[in-house]
Design a protein around this ligand. Sequence first.
Ligand SMILES: [Mn+2]
Length: 385
Amino acid sequence: MKILHTGDWHLGHTLFGYDRTEEQQSMLQQMVGIAKEQQPDVFVIAGDVYHTPQPSAAIQTLFNKTIIQLHDQCPKMPIVVTAGNHDSSSKHEIFRTPWEYLNVFMIGSFDRDNPHRHILQIPGVGFVIALPFTHERNLQGGVLQQLLDETEKRNTDHLPVLLTAHTTIAGANFKGHDDADGKTIGGIDAIDVHSIGTGYDYLALGHIHHPQFVHTGKHNVRYAGSPLPVSFDEEYEHSVSIVEIGSHGEQPKVQTVSIANPHPLTTLPAVGAASWKDAKTLLKDFPDDLPNYIRLNVEVTDALPSDAKQEAVQLTDGKQCRFCLINVVKHRSTRTATAQVTVEQLRLMTPLEVAQMYAKDTNMLFDEQMQQMMLEVMEQVKANI
Ligand SMILES: [Mn+2]
C-alpha cells in the first residue's frame, strides 16, 4: 500500500494582508505532479484543508479543481480528506455524496452513532480509518480501539491498516506554533499516543506543521507537516510524505518529497536579532529581485522608533520582496528567568529545578517522562563516578 500523506494546506491563508493564491496554486500543482509521478494507492489530506471555516468561493473552486486533477491523474486512487480544527465540519461534508462518485471521501465530523462509517476499505489494497478533528470526549470509551478491532476482524487478508487523525500528540515538536505550551497546541489538548490503541500500521497525522515522526519506539506515527509555511517560525523544509507498507504488521517505509515555495518566508537576520540600525541595512541590502516575505528580528532595550514600520516599508520600495513585520526581541538579560538567577540561588537549586527553569525559558517540552529520564541518567552518572 502506497500512501501520499499530507495535510494542513491552509488554503486561503493570507500573510500580513498579502494574498497567497499564487503560492497555493503552485503548491497544489506540485501536489498533482507528485501524485502523477508516485501513483499512490491512496491520497490522504489529514485536516486543515482551508485556513478558515468561511473560505472564499475562489479558493474553494481552486481546491475542487485540484481534487479533480488528482483524480484524473490517478482515477483508481481514493482521496481521503478529513476536516481539521480550521475547517467547518458541516460544510466539509456538503458534497460528500457526489464526491464519492469520484472516489473522494470527505469526512467532516466524527459519527459517534455510526463509527464504522469511518472505516474505508480499499479492495485488495488496505484499510483507512479516517478521523476528522473532534473533541476528545467524542473518542472516549475506547471507540478508537473498537474501530481498530473491527478493522482487524474484516482484514482477513492481512492488508495494511492506515489510521488518520487531526490532533496533538504529546511529545511532538511544535516549533512554528506560537501559541503552543507543550500541553495544548493550536487549541487542541495533547493526547497520549498509546490512548489511541493498537492495530494500525501507520498513523497519518495532521495539525502540527513540523514534519516529524512522533517518538513511540516504532517508526509509524507521523506528522506530514504543512506543504507551505503558515508562519515565519516554520523555518524547516516543507514536504509531503510517501509511505509504503508491505502488509499488515510490517514496518512502513517513509520518504519525503519537497514542496518549493515561490515566495519564501525570510527572517533577517537569519540567526538571532540585530539592532534597528543593522536591521535597516540588511533590508536595504536585500536583493531587489527576490520575491520573499520579510520579517525583521530587532533587538531593542527600550522601544523602536514610532515610524520604524514606515521606514522599513520605504526601504523595500522598488524591491520584489514583501515586508511583513518587525519582531521586537527584548534584550535577553531582561527576558529570561535563567539570566536573572544569581549564583547563590543556583547553588540552592536541584539539577531538575535548573532544567525545568531552562525548559520554561526556551519553550522546550519537559514533561514527566523526560524529567524521569533525566533523573535516571543522573543516577547512572552518579553510580559511575
Ligand atoms: Mn494546521
